[in-house]
Design a protein around this ligand. Structure first.
Ligand code: DQA
Length: 163
């Protein structure tokens, strides 16, 4: 086998294309926000959050693609899609899959699109099984514990170029 005298030069990582599109992906049971354990998650519905984010996105010159699913593989497919669509970033509230899904960890690592982990509550102050976050192991940033405002803070981080 021939060996080259010099190591192959490494190409710089291809920067993600800069569209104004931000995917906002929501996992299981978040469709029930508003009535689901309001003492933890508040009474704001996912539609309310979508409306608030769309308004803020417009002010920031961004565009929101808001989705919710109760199925893990769908979140994986949407993460791939976000990259294929050259999304600027993904805000991901994977809900309970945060704490269980190696598939989501791998998907976040597999794409160049930066992912911000978002939670309404602060899982680190809740049951110990919520302290592990597979999503957080690969996410560029985590915003948690601010209720619906966690999404807005994450969107503003995208707009400011923090992520
Ligand atoms: C959540 C926190 C998770 O631990 C939980 O499973 C959820 C919601 C949040 O937004 O606070 O479903 O992601």
């Amino acid at each position: 086998m021939r060996r080259t005298a010099f190591p192959t030069p490494r190409l710089p990582a291809i920067p993600a294309a800069m569209t104004n599109l931000v995917y906002v992906l929501n996992g299981p049971n978040l469709n029930l926000l508003g009535t689901r354990e309001p003492e933890i998650y508040g009474t704001t519905t996912l539609d309310d959050i979508a409306g608030m984010l769309e308004d803020r996105a417009r002010e920031l010159g961004l565009e929101i693609e808001m989705r919710q699913t109760n199925h893990e593989g769908m979140l994986v497919d949407w993460l791939h899609e976000a990259q294929a669509e050259d999304a600027r970033a993904v805000l991901l509230n994977a809900a309970a899959y945060t704490h269980t899904s190696i598939a989501l960890l791998d998907a976040i690592k597999a794409i160049r699109t930066p992912v911000i982990e978002v939670h309404l509550s602060d899982p680190k102050t809740r049951e110990s099984f919520r302290h592990l976050s597979y999503v957080g192991m690969a996410a560029a940033m985590t915003v948690e514990g601010h209720g619906a405002d966690s999404y807005r803070i994450a969107l503003e981080a995208v707009a400011s170029g923090t992520v």
